[in-house]
Design a protein around this ligand. Structure first.
Ligand code: CA
Length: 331
C-alpha cells in the first residue's frame, strides 16, 4: 500500500514538472507581446507627434490698425500690434520670428481756432509745444494768431510782449498799441484790445520774465490780472504769487495797478509831464514809472530811465530781454 502511494506521488510530481516549463514560456510570450505592442504604440504616438505636432510652427496674425496718435497737436507716436496665433505654435514648435509691435511717428494738425487762448489750447493738447497758434476770441469771435509759451511752469501762457534784440521799435502811438505790432516770430506786442478780451473771460495770472545784460534771470507772477475796457485799458493786477530775483523796493504791481495805458499821443498818466514821451515808452504810467518794459532798447546794462527798466529786479539798469504773458488761473 505504501508502495502504491509513493508511486502515485512520484507521478504527480512528474506531471507538475512537465507542466511548469509550458506556463513560463506562455508568460514570457505574453510579456514579450505586451512589450512589443507598447513599443509599437509609443513609436506610433511619437511618429504622429513628430509628423503633425512638432512641425506646427507659429505664424503671425495680421497687423492691427494703428492706434490714435499720442499727441493731439503735433508730433506723436502711433503703434500697431500682432499676435503669434496664425497658427499658435505647438509646444515644441517654433515661435514667430520678429516683433509683435511696431512704432511710427505721426503728426496731427488740430484746428486750435476753436479755442480762445493758449490756456485752452494747452488744456486740450497736453503735449503742445511753444509756438504760434490760431485762436478765436471768446466774445467778438475774432480769429487771431497768438504766441503760446507751453513750457514755462506748466505752460498755457498767452504771450503779449516779447523783446530780446531791439529790432522792433516799441515807441509807437496809442492806435498801434491797441491793435498790436511786430512779428510773433520775433519781437511783438499782441495788442491791448486782444489782451483785454482774452483776460476778461476768466480770472488770469500775469507773468513777467526778465533777463539782464549778463544773463541773470528773474520773474514775477501776479494773480487777478485783467485789463479794463477801451479806451483806458486800465491795468488790474493783484498780489505777487511767486517770484525769483525780485526785491521788495519799487514793485511793479502796487505802483502801476489801476493806471490807464499811456502813449506819447495819449497822455493819461498822473504826472504833469508826458511820461510816455519823457521815458520813450508806453505803459500804465503813474507819476511815471518803476517799470518801463516798452522803453527804449538800449545796450543791455545801460543805466537809464528811458531804457527797459524793472526797478525791483535791477533798478535803472536796462534789460536785455523781457516777456509778458498771462494765462487762466487754476480753478
Ligand atoms: Ca501827464
Amino acid at each position: 500500500m505504501l508502495g502504491e502511494l509513493a508511486a502515485v506521488k512520484e507521478n504527480i510530481i512528474c506531471v507538475d514538472m512537465a507542466l511548469k516549463p509550458n506556463k513560463q514560456i506562455v508568460h514570457v510570450y505574453i510579456n514579450f507581446i505586451l512589450r512589443a505592442v507598447r513599443i509599437v504604440l509609443l513609436l506610433a504616438l511619437y511618429c504622429y507627434y513628430c509628423l503633425f505636432c512638432k512641425l506646427l510652427d507659429g505664424g503671425w496674425s495680421s497687423w492691427s490698425s494703428w492706434t490714435p496718435c499720442t499727441n493731439k497737436c503735433g508730433y506723436g507716436i502711433k503703434t500697431q500690434s500682432r499676435t503669434c496665433t496664425n497658427p499658435t505654435p505647438s509646444p515644441h514648435g517654433n515661435d514667430c520670428v520678429g516683433n509683435s509691435m511696431r512704432v511710427d511717428t505721426c503728426f496731427v494738425i488740430t484746428d486750435t481756432s476753436k479755442y480762445a487762448d493758449c490756456s485752452e489750447v494747452k488744456a486740450h493738447c497736453e503735449s503742445a509745444s511753444d509756438g504760434i497758434y490760431h485762436v478765436t476770441l471768446w466774445n467778438t469771435k475774432r480769429k487771431i494768431q497768438v504766441y503760446c509759451d507751453m513750457t514755462t511752469n506748466g505752460g498755457g501762457w498767452t504771450v503779449f510782449q516779447y523783446r530780446y534784440n531791439g529790432k522792433v521799435d516799441f515807441y509807437r502811438n496809442f492806435a498801434e498799441y491797441v491793435k498790436g505790432f511786430g512779428d510773433l516770430r520775433t519781437e511783438f506786442w499782441l495788442g491791448l484790445d486782444y489782451v483785454e478780451e482774452i483776460s476778461s473771460q476768466y480770472k488770469s495770472q500775469l507773468r513777467v520774465d526778465l533777463i539782464s545784460a549778463n544773463g541773470t534771470t528773474a520773474f514775477e507772477v501776479f494773480d487777478k490780472f485783467s485789463l479794463g475796457a477801451s479806451p483806458e485799458y486800465t491795468l488790474h493786477v493783484g498780489s505777487t504769487l511767486s517770484s525769483h530775483n525780485i526785491g521788495s523796493s519799487g514793485s511793479f504791481g502796487p505802483y502801476h495797478k489801476d493806471m490807464p495805458f499811456s502813449t506819447y499821443d495819449n497822455d493819461v498818466d498822473k504826472s504833469s509831464r508826458n511820461c510816455a514821451s519823457t521815458y520813450h515808452g508806453a505803459w500804465w504810467y503813474n507819476k511815471c514809472h518803476y517799470v518801463n518794459l516798452n522803453g527804449k532798447y538800449l545796450i543791455p546794462g545801460d543805466i537809464d530811465d528811458k531804457g527797459i527798466n524793472y526797478y525791483s529786479f535791477l533798478g535803472r539798469s536796462s534789460l536785455k530781454e523781457t516777456r509778458i504773458s498771462f494765462r487762466r488761473s487754476p480753478t
